[in-house]
Design a protein around this ligand. Structure first.
Ligand code: KIV
Length: 296
């Protein structure tokens, strides 16, 4: 086990650090964050990777799925997260439609994440069928993370958010996808929504670090969505989510207290108000008392 002791100087996490962690059997930690303040909190908590996931389409923008989020929106959030980071590796999701047409366009879009938003890795959904494209992007000096299993950008093809890799044929497909990503040279691969046994087999088979979400404990690391961890999703959690705090309850209580304090004139207090300097106050009182005297 490796827990960086509090106060110990932390080092910048790079794509090389992820491989070293796999070799040392040290768990890789990853959380999503989509803006400056949350990215800063995640970084300061010592998490290795901040993922600006396209899940922000739902958590931040209120869409039903990830399909409508645009590259401009993803760049905007990635830039904000970048400003919050010191040590964590910044990974950004390439949104649906930004790498599905031509390879040239995919490389151009990937380079925007690096050049305009400071991403260090771009994430692309899909296995074997994306291997050539991934090589092209890596050739352009852009590290790529793979993402296989339950890939949310394929929700309409999958017919919903369903656990993948349940039949023998599906397990074989997943193994092929993982090996293809490994050979293409991805920096890490996300394994989402697959049986624990399959994730364990993939993790043992490939040299690439695997990062699981709903894929059991044998992966080289774990990722969760910030809003799931803190109960900020307004929906019941998936089976794999562990809620570490109830931020919704905390925020609701704070907001209701604010409203009640304003309504009952208890906010702001005198201590929360600015005051005139003594001399100005004295001069003002003289002026006001003269005015009162003239009115009499
Ligand atoms: O968009 C996202 O948050 C993700 C994680 C679930 C891996 O892709």
């Amino acid at each position: 086990m490796s827990l960086t002791p509090i106060g110990e100087p932390r080092h910048k996490i790079t794509t090389a650090s992820l491989r070293e962690k796999k070799l040392r059997h040290e768990a890789i930690t990853c959380l999503t964050a989509y803006d400056y303040s949350s990215a800063r909190l995640v970084d300061e908590a010592g998490v290795d990777i901040v993922l600006v996931g396209d899940s922000l389409a739902m958590t931040m923008l209120g869409y039903d799925n990830t399909l409508s989020v645009t590259i401009e929106e993803m760049l905007h959030h990635t830039r904000a997260a970048r400003r919050g980071l010191k040590n964590a590796l910044l990974m950004a999701d390439m949104p649906y439609g930004s790498y599905h047409l031509t390879a040239e366009e995919a490389v151009r879009n990937a380079s925007r994440f690096v050049k305009e938003a400071g991403a260090e890795v771009v994430k692309i959904e899909g296995g074997e069928k994306r291997a050539d494209l991934i090589r092209r992007i890596i050739d352009a000096e852009i590290p790529v993370a793979g993402h296989i299993g339950l890939t949310p950008q394929s929700v309409n093809v999958m017919g919903g958010y369903k656990v993948q890799g349940k039949s023998l044929a599906a397990v074989e497909d997943l193994m092929r996808d993982a090996v293809a990503l490994d050979r293409a040279g991805v920096s890490c691969m996300i394994l989402e929504g697959i049986p624990r046994e399959v994730a364990a087999m993939i993790t043992a088979e490939v040299e690439t670090p695997t990062i699981g979400i709903g894929a059991g404990p044998e992966c080289d690391g774990q990722v969760l969505v910030f809003h799931d961890v803190l109960n900020l999703t307004f929906a019941p959690p998936a089976k794999f989510v562990r809620r570490y705090a109830d931020a919704a309850a905390l925020i609701t209580h704070a907001l209701q207290s604010y409203r009640a304090d304003v309504a009952s004139h208890q906010y702001p207090s005198d201590a929360e108000s600015y005051h005139l300097p003594k001399e100005t106050k004295a001069a003002l009182e003289t002026v006001l008392s003269r005015k009162r005297a003239m009115r009499r």
